[in-house]
Design a protein. Structure first.
Length: 314
């Protein structure tokens, strides 16, 4: 089994840049969505957009639980699910994790929370610290979790498997709060499931593809190969297509393919953009522009409802 390092992100990492993520070199990240029933991470989109631009290609999400009874657990699970859908458009089969770090959290309430996530169609994860393990009945929780993530920090900042915490069912080990000296929590997968569960909603194949570029090119192959397709971390389908878009108006280039994603720069009329993929979602056809230094920027190329382009394609 090949082990893989990943990171987790909250508002504390809001100042990380795309270059920082490139330096970290990780491909997976777990992002905080919410806490209790009165806090939503205000930097969700910025964290996801910059991480993706820096090379992260698989995401999971977590909620910091503060419930101490089953009723509160139900309310917090609903809060997590509702905000995950509203803020980041999280799709079914995404890995959704309970962060259980407070004292007095009953095992029954953990199960209620995880069951609510599973009933909503998500993969479920349970995170806690080694020092809290005796507070929970792990055998009772196991049937309701698809992923077990345990925190236990050795003195060294590298994962020392001679130290590795002896606990059942661990899929991933959080071993540092300062990965590579960049003030980011670092974890490592210790099972194949620990890696694979991230990918449950980040790839797919489909034959329902419609080219974006304007037609008028004669067919050169009577049975052309279907273009490559995939689904990103936010549940939007992309189709590989290489072309050039020439804008006829001012258009924002963004770090993500959402109108609420951070703006990186703006292009004017007559600007040529090389793109390598497109996605039809949220009323727009989005284009993905590869960057010379790595990563991507995104722009709208046409209105998906009227099919009106904001430029020409070639």
């Amino acid at each position: 089994m090949a082990r893989e390092i990943f990171i987790d992100l909250s508002s504390f990492q809001k100042d990380l840049t795309v270059d920082d993520y490139k330096k970290l070199g990780v491909k997976k990240a777990i992002v905080k969505i919410s806490e209790s029933t009165n806090y939503v991470n205000p930097y969700i989109h910025d964290l996801v957009d910059k991480a993706a631009a820096g090379g992260v290609n698989a995401f999971a999400f977590y909620h910091f639980g503060r419930f101490t009874n089953d009723s509160q657990a139900v309310n917090e699970a609903k809060y997590f699910i509702d905000n995950s859908k509203a803020k980041i458009n999280v799709k079914p089969k995404t890995l959704m994790i309970l962060d259980a770090e407070i004292s007095g959290m009953p095992t029954s309430s953990v199960i209620v929370f995880l069951k609510a996530l599973r009933d909503a169609g998500f993969k479920t994860g349970f995170y806690t610290g080694k020092n809290l393990l005796t507070s929970f009945d792990l055998e009772a929780i196991k049937p309701y979790m698809d992923f077990f993530w345990l925190a236990s920090y050795p003195a060294d900042k590298n994962p020392d498997f001679n130290y590795f915490p002896s606990a059942k069912y661990v899929d991933a080990w959080q071993y540092t709060d300062n990965l590579f000296g960049m003030k980011v929590d670092g974890s490592i997968t210790v099972t194949d499931n620990g890696k694979d569960v991230f990918n449950a909603n980040n790839s797919s194949q489909s034959s329902e593809n419609k080219p974006l570029a304007q037609p008028n090119k004669p067919a050169t192959n009577p049975t052309p190969a279907q273009p490559k397709t995939w689904v990103d971390a936010q549940g939007d389908k992309w189709v590989e297509e290489h072309g050039t878009f020439i804008s006829n108006t001012y258009i924002n280039l963004r770090w993500g393919a959402k109108t609420i994603s951070s703006v990186a720069t703006q292009i004017g009329p007559g600007t040529e953009i090389k793109y390598d993929a497109y996605s039809n979602h949220d009323g727009y056809v989005w284009l993905r522009q590869p960057r010379s230094g790595g990563g991507y920027l995104y722009l709208v190329g046409r209105n998906a409802y009227t099919n009106e382009p904001w430029g020409t394609f070639k």
